[in-house]
Write a protein that binds this ligand. Structure first.
Ligand SMILES: [Zn+2]
Length: 413
């Protein structure tokens, strides 16, 4: 386990090559989820946030890694927080259930959070096990009747799990691979616990979507990797796993769901080949210049947004934000919007209310205060929930308020 708080990544996390090229520099930012009281928030330590491209295997990753225990031991994000996420997990679980033929199948969810995903697998029909380092979430899972181990998933832990519970029919890991410090060790653990006819399904944020939707704000220290299908297909082979299918669900701003198995047979061989070709030729994902161009585009967006906000301030408009997700930290710290211009940020997550966006003095408050606060402009930092937020706050619009959507082109509606 990493000893220092912050270490530079010198070798590619997938192929171990040293041919890493710096392609996007987001400066120094505090940890995206380190919500704190006002006195501490401004003093939080900042760490370098840069992207490196591997010229050998085409993988995109951060230049520095932060000690995991600094980031994940008391997590304020709950997977059932939004209705959209809840439905995503429900559909995803239903899809997996259709693939399971045997009774009493065993499922292991890595980074099980508050047990929302596992809870879609009926207690009577499945053996459900979760593992997640966040101690505060273990209690929530146990209320759902789910056994949850409060630790990081490693090869070593997989040995204990095998001893106590045997091997699994299904292993899932949703939006966690990019958080894992040692991916090789993690995948060894999966290989160790997966039955020969079992499925390991993992969802990761898809680099193609980040580029398409300009979602640079999903770049923060917890996300070490920005995956694409081609490099990951080569990577899993090291662990006797084969990519047998993929999907690109809309969740988390655009995801890649990868189905792997120890069995090589795939009915989707042509589809997989086509997608890899698309990544290479059409999307240009495997050239360092693609990411340098991306950086320029974001800088352009930063200038436009700051100009728009300055204009609103000149006209004495009162501005607030909506959505205190981790990406709001990257957004505010990289875009350097003067904090005096943003009164507060509304967010439904009660665990965050009363705290500040890391690195700023901007307080997170309960959205029920919105209509009393006399706000003129509401910046939707949770751009992926823009529609829901606008629909929920019709009264604000009726009273003359305007929403500011920051991506892909900053605009007022
Ligand atoms: Zn590589």
């Amino acid at each position: 386990m990493q000893k220092k708080d912050c270490v530079s990544i010198k070798f590619c996390r997938l192929c171990n090559s040293k041919y890493l090229i710096k392609v996007f520099d987001l400066g120094h930012t505090p940890l995206a989820n380190s919500y704190s009281k006002i006195k501490i928030s401004k003093k939080l330590r900042k760490y370098p946030l840069k992207l490196n491209y591997c010229n050998n295997c085409g993988h995109l990753q951060l230049s520095h890694s932060i000690k995991p225990s600094k980031m994940f031991s008391n997590y304020l994000y709950k997977s059932n927080t939004s209705q959209k996420n809840f439905l995503h997990f429900k559909n995803y679980a239903n899809e997996i259930k259709k693939k399971i033929k045997n009774n009493n199948a065993k499922i292991l969810d890595i980074a099980s959070n508050d047990g929302t995903f596992l809870n879609f697998f009926e207690k009577k029909k499945f053996f459900r096990l979760g593992i997640d380092p966040a101690k505060n979430l273990k209690k929530l899972s146990s209320k759902k009747g789910i056994t949850q181990i409060d630790d990081f998933f490693t090869k070593k832990i997989s040995e204990n799990i095998k001893k106590n519970y045997g091997k699994f029919d299904i292993i899932t890991a949703n939006h966690v691979c990019a958080h894992v410090e040692d991916l090789n060790d993690f995948f060894c653990g999966v290989q160790n616990l997966l039955k020969n006819d079992g499925l390991f399904i993992f969802e990761i944020s898809y680099r193609a979507s980040v580029l398409k939707k300009n979602t640079f704000d999903t770049i923060y220290h917890e996300h070490l990797d920005y995956h694409a299908l081609y490099p990951i297909t080569k990577f899993v082979k090291k662990f006797n796993l084969n990519v047998i299918n993929f999907k690109t669900p809309d969740a988390q701003g655009g995801s890649l769901r990868v189905y792997t198995s120890k069995n090589k047979n795939s009915k989707n061989y042509i589809r997989l080949k086509k997608q890899i070709l698309k990544e290479k030729k059409q999307l240009d994902l495997f050239k360092a210049n693609t990411y340098k161009r991306f950086e320029k585009k974001i800088i352009n967006c930063k200038h436009k947004l700051n100009f728009l906000i300055q204009n609103c301030v000149k006209n004495n408009m009162k501005i607030a934000g909506y959505g205190a997700a981790a990406k709001t930290t990257t957004f505010l710290n990289y875009f350097k919007i003067p904090e005096k211009n943003i009164k507060f940020i509304f967010d439904d997550n009660k665990l965050k209310q009363g705290l500040c966006i890391p690195g700023t003095k901007i307080k997170i408050v309960n959205p029920s205060n919105l209509n009393k606060a006399k706000i003129d402009i509401l910046i939707i930092f949770a751009w992926n929930y823009a529609e829901t937020i606008i629909n929920k706050n019709k009264k604000f619009k009726k009273k003359g308020g305007k929403f500011l959507i920051p991506f892909p082109n900053p605009r007022l509606i």
